[in-house]
Design a protein around this ligand. Structure first.
Ligand code: MLC
Length: 507
């Protein structure tokens, strides 16, 4: 089996003239790969070696893709980070991953100073905005491009880590899910066959690229198949339909919020989307109503699938055959799925249990967190924390989560992190952060806050605190003050009760 760099290189060699059209910039696969090769050598010149972490906090841009492909070539590890993360969030990720290089833009270069002692292993900040580096340890991206591509060998072994994707922790801090070349390749090949990808396809790419969905399933998937890729920095429903019409796209991948917004477009039939063969949805549950409305309005049946940062894609509705509304489908070839009860015993069809998965797609564990890794597995079975049942045809239906997690617009939000932040305010006794149903985002984050007895709490102070410390998607969309939180006899906050109450109030 080849490693990921060799596989993508092969596709670039077979399809040198295939195009990546990034907003208005057109480049070929050949150019993409060769530019990445230059960056790879520049990284090597900076002392980056296989296994070193290269953290990338950039808005969606070509430079992100070059750096990531350069890492694959060199065997160094990409650590993609959400461009809206704040200084505090970045400090954690740089520290935890022990990144050697931090690639960022003008807005965030000041988040990390390699000359300070905060990040002992950080050697360079690469700033893609600055022509001239302002300190000795900040390099401009253009300086990297001066390097000549030399070595054509790609040293990574199958088992080596290609990517660390941070998933926020249900308790405590975020965990870095380590995905090996083999994990990613196995999934890439399975999806290639399952969805019948070909070099005749044209992908419309509107997703963020710091996640499994946009980076691995969409970008790697398209590149590996030799598709033309139409990449847009941001999702916009009208732009999406325009792009499909203009470029004769055949595949779209999105989160349910995007499908919901496409359905808000006035008279979408005025656009020509006859070239489309596959509309894929994932990262959050697709409402049956959205699935059905999309069928009525667009005349296409969305293909819903289910995956995670730790595993890539586990389950998918079929390309040919029945796509059941409300179901995420059947196991992806090579992935085994079990539904188990609290004793780890398989349940019968129709009975709800926790979803466990096994396969070469399943990650290597959490970066430098052996205990968390051990807790997440039973032998080779990864405990997803999602609850679901199988029907008698083997289709998986997800019904909830055993973990305290909110999915807002396809982004995972962990209440604990926000509660802990809000509780740092002196006047606050405690906070409960919950997700309530939202038409657009699926779920939206709200905070219910209890002031200390006799103390006044200023809601604006909570809002400002969240703005300063949390990426936008995590910030509560509404904050409510109450006297006390509901609890069960064990003293645990009963979030279900809160959700029932605020699902109406927060509309
Ligand atoms: C943006 N905002 C959000 C948000 N995204 N709020 C809650 N939830 C979200 N998901 C806020 C911003 O902070 C900002 O707030 C305001 O909305 C406008 O920002 P924007 O950038 O213009 O937002 P928009 O373009 O509307 O983004 C919505 C979105 C985006 C749905 C297009 O969130 C998105 O691309 N989501 C996809 C996430 C994804 O790729 N997930 C894959 C995970 S991988 P303010 O206050 O500043 O105005 C995975 C595995 C798998 O889960 O199976 O795929």
């Amino acid at each position: 089996m080849m490693n990921l760099a060799e596989t993508i290189k092969q596709s670039c060699s077979q399809h040198p003239h295939k195009r990546l059209i990034f907003d208005d910039e057109v480049l070929t696969y050949d150019h993409l790969w060769n530019t990445a090769s230059k960056i790879r050598h520049a990284l090597e010149d900076l002392g980056v070696k296989a296994g070193d972490r290269v953290a990338i906090q950039l808005p969606k841009c070509l430079e992100f893709l070059y750096i990531h492909l350069a890492n694959l070539q060199l065997g160094s590890i990409s650590v993609p980070l959400n461009p809206t993360y704040t200084r505090d969030e970045i400090a954690y990720f740089l520290g935890d991953s022990r990144a050697k290089i931090f690639v960022t833009d003008g807005h965030h270069a000041g988040f990390a100073d390699p000359e300070s002692t905060t990040f002992p292993e950080l050697q360079k900040v690469i700033n893609i905005d600055l022509q001239d580096s302002s300190t000795a340890s900040i390099l401009s991206f253009n300086a990297l491009l001066q390097t000549q591509a030399l070595d054509k060998s790609y040293p990574a072994q199958q088992d080596d880590i290609a990517l660390i994707i941070y998933t926020s922790g249900t308790t405590g801090r975020s965990k870095g899910a380590m995905l090996s070349h083999q994990n990613i390749l196995t999934n890439l090949e399975a999806l290639h066959k399952l969805w019948n990808h070909s070099d005749q396809d044209i992908l419309l790419h509107v997703l963020p690229i710091f996640h499994v969905h946009g980076l691995l399933v969409a970008f790697h998937g398209a590149l590996n198949a030799g598709m033309d890729i139409i990449m847009r920095t941001k999702f916009d429903p009208i732009d999406t339909l325009n792009c499909i019409q203009k470029n004769r796209c055949s595949i779209f991948m999105g989160v349910p919020t995007m499908y919901h917004r496409l359905l808000q477009v006035d008279n979408p039939q005025k656009f020509d989307f006859s070239s489309m063969r596959l509309w894929i949805s994932g990262s959050a549950p697709l409402l049956t109503s959205t699935f059905e409305q999309f069928q009525q309005v667009f005349g296409h049946t969305v293909l819903e699938r289910y995956g995670m940062s730790e595993t890539g894609m586990n389950v998918s509705n079929p390309l040919y055959g029945v796509r059941k509304p409300g179901s995420v489908g059947l196991p992806v070839p090579g992935v085994s799925v079990r539904i188990v009860d609290s004793k780890g015993q398989d349940v019968i069809p129709g009975e709800v249990g926790e979803v466990w998965v096994k396969g070469n797609n399943v990650f290597k564990g959490y970066w430098e967190m052996p205990e968390k890794t051990a807790e997440s597995f039973v032998q080779e079975w990864f405990k997803t924390g999602d609850l679901g049942y199988h029907d008698t045809d083997g289709y998986l239906f997800l019904v909830g989560r055993s973990k305290d997690l909110i999915i807002s617009g396809g982004m995972n939000v962990y209440p604990k992190e926000i509660e802990a932040l809000i509780e740092t305010i002196e006047e606050i006794e405690e906070a409960a952060v919950i997700g309530v149903p939202d038409e657009d985002l699926g779920e939206k984050v709200i905070a219910v806050v209890v002031p200390k007895p006799g103390r006044q709490v200023n809601v604006n102070a909570i809002t400002t605190l969240c703005q300063n410390h949390l990426a936008g998607y995590k910030r509560p969309k509404a904050i409510y003050l109450i006297d006390k939180l509901p609890r069960n006899t064990m003293g645990k906050v009963t979030k279900n009760q809160l959700r029932d109450k605020y699902r109406i109030i927060a509309q």
